[in-house]
Ligand binder design. Sequence first.
Ligand code: IMO
Ligand code: MG
Length: 418
Amino acid sequence: MKQAQYYKIILMMKVDVLLGLQWGDEGKGKIIDILAPKYDIVARFQGGPNAGHTIEFDNQKYILHIIPSGIFHNTINIVGNGVVIDPFELKKEIEILEKTNVDVPSKLYLSRKANLILPTHRLLDAAMERGRGNQKIGSTLRGIGPAYSDKVARNGLRIGDIEKNNLYEKYKNIKEQQIRIIKAYCDDINLLENIDILEQQWFEGIEYLKKIKFIDSEIFINNELIKGKRLLAEGAQGTMLDIDFGTYPYVTSSNTICGSVTTGLGIPPQQINKVFGVFKAYCTRVGSGPFPTEQDNDIGVKLRNNGAEYGSTTGRPRRCGWLDLVALKYSVIINGVTELIMMKSDVLDDFNNIKICEQYEINRELTKDLPYDLSDNTIKPVYVNMNGWQKTIKTIKEYNDLPENLKSYINYIERYVG
Ligand code: IMO
Ligand code: MG
């Protein structure tokens, strides 16, 4: 490649991506909030109100489910076409922010091509989970799976439909179809008991959203990028919950990986520059599904207590375990991570011994490659023991001041994932 061409591409690259490398809840919201001032636009590209991104400042805690975590800054926040939106949930979220004087309508834009979560999607989520008996996914029951299913089945309603006058008719047809499916999944009629209330709230949400700007976000974004504006794409969930690469079927219903930025926002891949991968110094998971390094014992309880590991969307206690480098390296590779951000190492402050899983043993064979089926119960994590630092690091601001044992921990991870 000629030098000039090379520089042209570098100059073009205005998009950075931040995403989770584990099973969600890595602390993405906090980092977005820190990075946001460097960007003109923060945009969500996938997922929906199953996400819970926590940001805390001035002794006040905010949990964002759909709104991008740049909303507290002077940036434009876009909910992209790849996201599924529940109008009532979004209304609630906006109202909370407005109470604290965040002027949401001036800096939140919704893609006309984002699909809507309908009240029946939530009910269907519940009906499908009940139908799974003891194979439950542990869904957040926000209607995410059914909304994406309808999108792919080409039955969905989108934000752009709110601007048309046949929304109600379209809604009614889909609703009737969905009620038949709900009844087929589960004969618990009580499930449909609240449908009228849910529907009323949903239409309240629809009316409310009319004060928010709907845009063709792919056109808007590409125009802004040409002008030299910078965009940070905010991932939800984590790589191990990706519909293709996660621990299927115990996953969410969207692609959570870096590739999803191109389809979820309409951004060409050449525009992507840095990929920030966020992970915790240990692992957690909410809901069911394989988790090789899970510590269903005192260690897990200690991690949960030290780290306040309870779901921010559902309040469920999170399952906790040691850092899994086999899974982390896999995530780094398929996302093309260029910068790693390790969160919550202070949760390990008072541990004597810390373990890191660096390979799996399967039927007496060792592997560092993530196996196809993580739920195979012959998989045993093989750990390396690290010495704890046994000292609080909460007030430390400089790398050099960190305890030597924590530096070794960081070094080990860096070397392993390359
Ligand atoms: P953030 O963005 C952690 C999990 C659910 C369940 C599975 C499927 O805060 O990291 P779904 O509602 O998508 O059908 O649930 O995925 N899950 C998350 N776990 N953090 C999240 O988001 C999650 N979003 C979904 O617990 O196991
Ligand atoms: Mg969360």
